[in-house]
Design a protein around this ligand. Structure first.
Ligand SMILES: Cc1cc2nc3c(=O)[nH]c(=O)nc-3n(C[C@H](O)[C@H](O)[C@H](O)COP(=O)(O)OP(=O)(O)OC[C@H]3O[C@@H](n4cnc5c(N)ncnc54)[C@H](O)[C@@H]3O)c2cc1C
Length: 381
């Protein structure tokens, strides 16, 4: 494996960094305070190709690879975690359509999605009673002529109120577990689909997270992605990429926290000197920088392996669990460096601390990632 970025990687990284620092970072605190979804920014991400970093030129994506994707996402997360989530989930849905859709479906949905015309896309797997065990879905899909009728509740839908496209997973038969899960592309104006609530969250407050209720929502057969019963294959296929993406988001937020901690330590004085001179704080800074570097290498390795076409569930889980936990330690230590001021809304570290907490929960909790890793190892030996 190479540790050097290619010229193309650098171009993507530079373009993402430039946009993130110029257009995304300045409003991050205000959007968090006002719970404002970054709709305009997301549309601009489309113009730059960042809503489909791996989607080909033909459909208006950036035509890059998984390494390009994590480079861009890390920059976005360093500027604003809520914006990064909207970008990441839209990329996941775009990947699903590209990997599993027919030519007609790709033409129909990818082009407007990549242009930013649909704003964001949403990935609807979780339900009020189903999170870690996604094979136990309760939302049903029943065939009715040339349509399916969808019934149930989908929870935790990131970007839900702004999504121009939803990838919804439902079961054809609850007793069949994973084998009956089927994926549908559902447009937001579909009769029978309503937004029942928007969560009042601790962090990522600029990323609106919705609950959908489906009551006989009529979805044409033409909107089914792949075949009956192929939904779990789609979900797991894109979740590998999603988990690597959370590795990148964790590194981005961790690096933002580190920068805030270092800045504060050089500014604040105690006992007649800069607090940066105290060894106890230097160790926090050193450990954080080292752990984030390790997290980035695991993330980059998983992305690079995925570019070879291999199945990388184990590597993706390693990147996610290590990076999200390293990020958790990073925001905690950097808040400690801020002393009492870290506990107020006057400094960005307070927002970063709240935003980081979810990385250990969504797209599979830390416990679930450890299960994936252990199962793979136990199977091998
Ligand atoms: C802000 C936010 C955004 C989200 N966005 C989306 C989205 O866009 N789309 C979507 O589909 N979902 C989304 N989610 C849902 C998220 O993926 C789930 O919350 C997550 O998978 C965990 O499921 P759960 O909350 O039901 O927890 P549960 O599955 O109920 O788990 C509760 C606890 O039990 C533990 N646990 C469960 N099973 C095991 C086991 N076998 N071994 C050990 N421990 C176990 C878990 O680790 C956890 O600690 C989002 C969640 C949040 C908070």
């Amino acid at each position: 494996m190479q540790f050097e970025l290619t010229d193309e990687d650098r171009m993507i990284q530079d373009a993402a960094r430039d946009f993130a620092q110029r257009a995304v970072a300045p409003g991050a605190a205000q959007r968090d305070r006002d719970e404002e979804f970054p709709a305009d920014i997301v549309r601009q991400l489309g113009e730059l190709g960042f809503l489909g970093v791996k989607i080909g030129d033909r459909y208006g994506g950036a035509g890059a690879n998984n390494v390009g994707y994590v480079l861009a996402l890390r920059e976005m997360a360093r500027a604003c975690a809520a914006t990064a989530v909207a970008m990441a989930v839209t990329n996941m849905v775009a990947d699903a359509i590209e990997m599993f859709g027919s030519d007609e479906q790709r033409d129909r949905w990818l082009k407007p999605l990549m242009r930013g015309d649909l704003c964001a896309a949403a990935f609807c797997l979780s339900e009020p009673e189903v999170g870690s065990d996604s094979t136990a879905l309760r939302t049903t899909a029943r065939r009715d002529g040339d349509c399916y009728l969808l019934n149930g509740t989908k929870s935790w839908v990131s970007s839900g109120p702004h999504a121009g496209l939803n990838l919804i997973f439902a079961t054809l038969d609850r007793s069949q577990g994973a084998r009956a899960v089927t994926a549908f592309v559902v447009e937001p104006k579909t009769p029978g689909l309503t937004i029942a609530r928007v969560e009042d969250k601790m962090g990522l407050r600029g990323s609106e997270t919705a609950q959908y209720v489906l009551e006989d929502a009529r979805v044409p057969v033409a909107n089914r992605l792949a075949g009956d019963g192929e939904g779990m294959k789609i979900a797991l296929g894109v979740l590998d990429g999603g988990r690597i993406g959370i590795g990148a988001q964790s590194v981005g937020v961790g690096e933002a926290a580190l920068a805030e901690g270092v800045r504060y330590a050089k500014m604040r004085k105690a006992f007649g000197q800069e607090i940066a001179g105290f060894q106890a704080l230097q160790w926090m800074i050193a450990d954080t920088a080292t752990e984030l570097e390790a997290a980035w290498l695991l993330t980059l390795r998983a992305a690079s392996l995925r570019d070879t076409g291999q199945r990388v569930s184990r590597e993706a889980s390693m990147a996610k669990v290590f990076s999200s936990e390293a990020c958790g330690r990073a925001v905690d230590r950097m808040l400690q460096i801020h002393g009492g001021y870290g506990y107020t809304r006057d400094y960005p570290i307070e927002r970063l601390y709240r935003d980081a907490r979810v990385f250990r929960i969504y797209e599979g909790t830390s416990e679930v990632q450890r299960l994936v890793i252990a199962r793979a190892l136990l199977k091998e030996q």
